[in-house]
Design a binder for this molecule. Sequence first.
Ligand code: DGL
Length: 268
Amino acid sequence: MTLHKSGPIGVFDSGVGGLSVWQVVTNLLPHEDTLYFADTIHCPYGARPMDEIRAFAEDAIRFLLAQRAKIIVVACNAASAAALTHLRLTFPHVPIVGMEPAVKPAAEQTRRGKIGVLATHNTLQGELIQQTIARHASGVEVHLAAGTGLVELVEAGQVDGPAVTALLRQHLEPMLEAGVDVLALGCTHYAFLRGAIEQLMGPDVLVIDPAPAVARQVTRVLESRSLLASRRRLGQHRFYTSGDPGAFEVLLKRLPGVTCSAQVFGVS
Ligand code: DGL
């Protein structure tokens, strides 16, 4: 299958979380068309068996490729942790860019030598995070927290308020007490909670979202393969969900920092 520069960038996640990555990608590459697929019916991925996540991710990529995607962005840490190697072997002809918790920049920027990673259960159990810590944070104290329940809040459109703060406090207080001064976000849904997270962690803690690094990587890959779209027009965007398109459309308009009013299509 040949990849064309006129094809869209395909982005997927278990739900709306990957929109935090999609937004940064489209800001950086405004002339690119995009397709976003939210596997809402199977959300959350974070506590599912790894082979199930692999199968969902494969289906998502087949769907995006059927619509001429020229590059795939796995805008989901859980799917990247469970399936990235497998996906690259299964679809060798298409470049696939995945997420990795921002352990490296966190380890580089900590002054106290203590960093935190907030991610879903699966991401914290996967090999990717252990390899990343071993490679980039060997001399640093790393505190891991599983943000159980946070994805569900974001999917319900709750990104601030008492319920969000209470759950965040439960997950983040131990690392706050341990004195971390950098927190890496390891789930794309959590980017939408950034305001609440920063408020809770206070001004001395730097919060890092890997989305800008991923968007730069997408640009590099497209450039190196001569796949960047022509700059003659602005990109067009289509959104698909395996869940309820109406509910997704409402969420799309509510999420902080997401600027798009495109129509959402259902996929069964
Ligand atoms: N947004 C996802 C991630 O980055 C998936 C969360 C989930 O479905 O549990 O991990």
